[in-house]
Design a protein around this ligand. Sequence first.
Ligand code: DWN
Length: 396
Amino acid sequence: MKKTFLKLGKQPLANSFLSNLTKKLLRQEFFYNLNVSFNSKNFLVSVSNPVNPKLQYTDNYAHRASESATMRNAFKQTARKLKKRFNPKIILEIGSNDGVFIKNFNRKKVIAVEPCKNLANLTKIRYKTFPNFWDKKLAYKIFKKSKKADLIFSANTISHIPNLNETFQAINYSLSEKGVLVIEDPSLFSVIKNNSYDQFYDEHVYVFSTLSISKVVEEFDLRLFHAEHIQTHGGSMRYYICKKDAIYRKSKKLISILKSERNNKLHKYITFKKFSIRVQKSKKALKKIFKKLKNKGNKIISYGATYKSTTVFNYCNIDSKLIDYVTDTTLNKQGRFTPGMHIPIISPEKGMNESVNYAFLGAWNFKKEIFRKEKILLNKGLRFISHVPWPQIIGK
Ligand code: DWN
């Protein structure tokens, strides 16, 4: 039932930023074959052979969700909206990262779960934080003797957990009878529309469609009752899920999204096969741009050491011969090297100046925020290279 449609070659773990390039570390670098498949039974699109989460969510996890103003603001607005609509008394967040969402709630109401201990340490002083993977054992430990959660929130996390059985059984146990589960994750429709194949990497085990989420949750006596498109991460979805017999009625918006996904054939293998052909062409077009600019003597860098760009660089074989360095605001990425292609990462203060002719937009999902920040250099002639929706030079 599962059929591979996309092969993105040998890839390193997207979080494995190297501290140095000694022979020992290079020998230890872990690679796997990144293949992506479609399941015609439940319409799930997933990484064919998921990596062991214990290798991924270490105490050295680099990504900080608070790093961009766009995301800080998005989580603030989401918290406000959910408080207004559901007035939750007990809120559980699965995958709380650096606390960017929970900090918008009264600390007495919040329970955070975050397996990366370096991140859990950031929130544990103020919020009840469990530094564990989300599973049934943890759900029993948290909720056996206390009231169940009336809001469970999880952004950019459920798509990261290979074992959906364990995940949703633990959620069903932890959710109160009238409780609501709200999930945010990148949208499959946007990935297909934008040719953003870089949304596939080891951590993104699933890229959900509304059709697939709707089918999956039903297996666990849960029910999708509403969905909405959101702007974050280049096009995401917010799903509202409740227990099978809860009072919430299926919204008109959900019915129309499901219909539109069917019209766009997100339940057909052929859609993904066609996508994979576009991805191969996109790779060729991007390499052509890089080579042409480099041959003319331009200085090219990359903007944002994103996990997504790990896929692009390794799939397209873009290394430090083409890119001088990557800039990133995250302190614990600076001074390191990108996974697989080993391009040095430095701060924007050091790296963003008039010597740069072109910057690959690794963080293309923050284009607006970045263009605002780099207005002066853009006015002086800096140009960006973006592979989304199609390889091209952009600026101004
Ligand atoms: O699901 C995931 C998403 C939500 O976050 C994770 N598995 C890992 C991570 O993926 P990503 O690295 O592709 O996410 P972002 O949020 O696109 O990363 C943006 C990066 O760019 C951050 O490291 C911060 C950096 N940045 C920057 O250097 N200057 C961002 C902005 C806006 C900037 O101006």
